[in-house]
Design a protein. Structure first.
Lengths: 112, 112
């Protein structure tokens, strides 16, 4: 069974732009969660989508948004990019809730 | 929200020795505790997890112990090998909730 895939793997943007990252979960998994990983703050939960609905949200500004499609694939959007948004963005999938989450390789994102 | 602390931040061990990483959590409602291993350039990989209805779980050279009263859990790696060198993260969440709160991570270095 294929693992979680994320595209693109690397990305460079400039301040003020917006970006969309994509995550395809493991086949059969309906929950997709997004995390931001930085050297200073570590791994922080952004939000979770289940059956096309946001089920849980972390403490990030409204510039960070997401959505999930009927095939469970998820996208994360960041608008009006700031230098501090540079990070590794990880998505994780699971069957539903409270179960093992499997992470993708991440999108390494740099804002200049 | 849940706060997970992880100690020590860096751990160096001789090949063949044991490594122990300890984590504490703050929310008594947390009942799921996974451990992830992250190698350079990769996403976190689940290595073992434990739920609050058990006190210990073992998988070959890896074991996790949980003390609910003291709100701490530990990862034990025996007979360490160079390929065990990585960053290890502990995390916690509550029943049916995919929002993982992560510790800051431990860099484990196995010296051949």
């Amino acid at each position: 069974k294929a693992g979680v895939t994320q595209t693109p793997r690397y990305l460079i943007k400039t301040r003020g732009q917006q970006v969309t990252l994509s995550c395809s979960p493991i086949s059969g998994h309906r929950s997709v969660s997004w995390y931001q990983q930085t050297p200073g703050q570590g791994l922080q939960f952004l939000f979770e989508y289940f059956s096309e609905t946001q089920r849980n949200k972390g403490n990030f500004p409204g510039r960070f948004s997401g959505r999930q499609f009927s095939n469970s694939r998820s996208e994360m959007n960041v608008s009006t990019l700031e230098l501090g948004d540079s990070a590794l963005y990880l998505c994780a999938s699971s069957y539903s809730g409270g179960e093992t989450q499997y992470f993708g390789p991440g999108t390494r994102f740099l804002v200049l | 929200g849940e706060n997970v602390e992880q100690h020590p931040s860096t751990l160096s061990v001789q090949e063949g020795d044991s490594a122990v990483i300890k984590c504490t959590y703050s929310d008594s409602a947390s009942n799921y505790f996974p451990w992830y291993k992250q190698e350079l350039g990769k996403g976190p990989q689940l290595i073992i997890d434990i739920r609050s209805n058990v006190g210990e779980k073992k998988d070959q050279r890896i074991a996790v112990t949980l003390n609910k009263t003291a709100k701490h859990f530990s990862l034990h790696i025996t007979e360490t090998q160079p390929e065990d060198s990585a960053v290890y993260f502990c995390a916690a969440s509550t029943e049916g909730n995919n929002r993982l709160a992560f510790g800051k991570g431990n860099q484990v270095v196995v010296i051949p």
